[in-house]
Write a protein that binds this ligand. Structure first.
Ligand SMILES: Nc1ncnc2c1ncn2[C@@H]1O[C@H](COP(=O)(O)OP(=O)(O)OP(=O)(O)O)[C@@H](O)[C@H]1O
Length: 301
């Protein structure tokens, strides 16, 4: 009997939220020699996690391993009972995993208009008019007939995001998806992503997401969980309490270290402040400053 390379799925359009479980290891060639990427992580169904960490820590590579665009040397990637990769048999190809990947370089189809780029991503049976809705969502309705080369960097980034969301992925892998946008647009698209996270977009499920960002404020706004990757390892896994209306004064920041005078140095909103706090802090810890920087709180529950 013919054996299928992948287990047959009862319903290929099954959008039931599932947990992503990864436990992978691979060796990368960093600028300072070989670097071991070793990550074990469970992302709960529908959970949005932000991935922070210095340049070269392995964030993009981790997303590529999950998407099936790269293979780990060893380990396992599973989506509920779907085993995407476990070193035996053929790994599931990217398309079959139904993940939505927004790359830093956008990876748009250059010969197609913005509208065609989005139409191309729609699932079979979805009316083409949905492409217009997504272009609208991204604020690109007036530019729908332009090709990517006729769009600015920020507009291309929004188009890449709209195209990915139009494919109704079960898991979003977003690699700095809003980095090219000015503050106002960034905020607007964050609102759009929050609507998606809450399941407020008609006809669209509630995908889980792993979002790479260098902005602690963006991470706190969009994600319920903050992961910090350094040198290929997750060194922090925080679940900050949701921000309440009364917490408006809280400003997300990052511990830089301690000065020679013993004061804690924290970078927040592009500034470095020095605080007399003798907590057990490590460089890179994500923190919330409140009361004009007089109090520092761990960004974990
Ligand atoms: N295919 C590959 N084979 C070997 N090494 C790689 C490969 N891809 C990337 N690397 C190296 O692995 C390290 C991690 O790269 P990666 O792009 O995952 O980092 P990153 O955390 O996403 O960085 P940035 O924030 O700058 O995008 C880098 O030193 C890079 O040069």
């Amino acid at each position: 009997m013919l054996r299928l390379p992948w287990p047959r799925r009862a319903d290929p359009a099954d959008d039931t939220p599932r947990a992503l479980e990864i436990d992978v290891a691979t060796t990368l060639a960093s600028a300072s020699g070989p670097m071991r990427l070793q990550v074990a992580l469970r992302l709960e169904p529908g959970q949005w996690a932000a991935l922070l960490g210095p340049s070269g820590a392995g964030k993009t590579t981790l997303l590529r391993l999950i998407a099936g665009l790269a293979r780990p040397e060893s380990g396992r990637v599973a989506w509920g009972d779907e085993i995407w990769h476990d070193g035996t048999g053929r790994p599931w190809p990217t398309r079959r995993r139904r993940v939505g990947f927004v790359f830093q370089d956008h990876a748009l189809f250059l010969q197609m208009t913005a509208r065609r780029n989005v139409e191309f991503a729609l699932r079979p049976g979805v009316p083409k008019s949905r492409a217009g809705d997504w272009l609208d969502w991204a604020g690109l309705a007036a530019l729908a007939e332009r090709r990517p080369e006729q769009l600015s960097g920020g507009q291309q980034q929004r188009l890449a995001l709209a195209r990915t969301l139009a494919s109704q992925p079960r898991l979003l892998l977003l690699d700095e998806p809003l980095s090219a946008l000015d503050a106002a647009l960034r905020h607007e698209l964050q609102d759009g992503l929050l609507r998606l996270r809450r399941g407020d977009i008609p006809g669209h499920g509630r995908p889980a997401a792993l979002l790479v960002t260098h902005e602690p404020a963006e991470a706190l706004r969009l994600a319920e969980r903050l992961l910090r990757l350094e040198q290929g390892r997750i060194v922090q896994d925080l679940r900050p309490a949701p921000l309440a209306a009364s917490d408006r004064l809280l400003v997300p920041g990052r511990v830089l270290g301690r000065g020679g005078d013993g004061l804690l140095e924290v970078e927040a909103a592009g500034r470095v402040c020095r605080l007399g706090d003798d907590g057990d802090w490590r460089a890179g810890d994500l923190v919330l400053l409140s009361g004009g920087g007089l109090r520092v709180e761990r960004a974990a529950s």
